[in-house]
Design a protein around this ligand. Structure first.
Ligand SMILES: [Zn+2]
Ligand SMILES: [Zn+2]
Length: 167
C-alpha cells in the first residue's frame, strides 16, 4: 500500500454556507473514492449513507448534523434525526468522516488511505476545519502522551484556536 502524500484541506462548518461546496467533478471523485473505500472494506455504502456524505461535501466538507438533516429534508421531506445520526455513525466507522467535538460538527475526511488518528485544526471564531496530515507530529504527540498518560490512545487530536483571517 502506498501512503498518500501529506496535505491539508480547509473545511468550513458554517450554518448556512452551502455555497462553499466542491466542483461537481471533485464531488463525484470524492464519492467514487468513498464507494471504492467501502467496497474494499466490505462495508455497505447505501444510497442514504452516500447521500449524507454528498450533502456534507456540498457544505464544504464540514457541517452540523441538523444542517444535514435540513438538507435531506429539503430533498425527501420528513427525516428523523436518527436517520442522519445512523448514517454519520457508519461514515465515522468507515473513517470517511471525523467528529469535530470543538464545533459539535462532522468533517469529511480528505484522505483516501486509512488512518487510525486524525489531527483537526479548528478555528473557534469562523468554524474553519483543517485536517492536518502530519504523521511525524501525530506520532510525536502519541509518543509523549505515553509518558504522561500511559496506555491512552487518542483517536482524534483537535487543536482549537483562531485562523489567520480571524486573528
Ligand atoms: Zn481523516
Ligand atoms: Zn477563523
Amino acid at each position: 500500500l502506498t501512503r498518500p502524500r501529506p496535505r491539508s484541506a480547509t473545511r468550513h462548518a458554517g450554518t448556512a454556507k452551502a455555497a462553499a461546496g466542491p466542483a461537481p467533478a471533485s464531488l463525484e471523485r470524492r464519492l467514487a473514492a468513498a464507494e471504492a473505500h467501502c467496497l474494499a472494506r466490505d462495508a455497505q455504502l447505501t444510497a442514504l449513507r452516500r447521500e449524507v456524505l454528498e450533502l456534507l461535501l456540498r457544505r464544504g466538507g464540514c457541517a452540523k448534523a441538523y444542517d444535514l438533516q435540513d438538507d435531506l429534508r429539503r430533498r425527501h421531506g420528513r427525516v428523523a434525526p436518527t436517520t442522519i445520526y445512523r448514517a454519520l455513525e457508519f461514515l465515522l466507522e468507515q473513517q470517511l468522516v471525523h467528529r469535530v467535538d470543538a464545533l459539535n460538527a462532522f468533517a469529511a475526511c480528505d484522505r483516501t488511505g486509512p488512518h487510525t488518528q486524525a489531527m483537526l485544526v479548528v478555528c473557534a471564531a469562523c468554524g474553519n476545519v483543517t485536517e492536518w496530515h502530519d504523521e511525524p507530529a501525530c506520532e510525536a504527540v502519541q509518543a509523549r502522551l505515553q509518558g504522561g498518560v500511559p496506555g491512552f490512545a487518542p483517536s482524534t487530536i483537535e487543536i482549537k484556536g483562531l485562523c489567520a483571517a480571524c486573528r
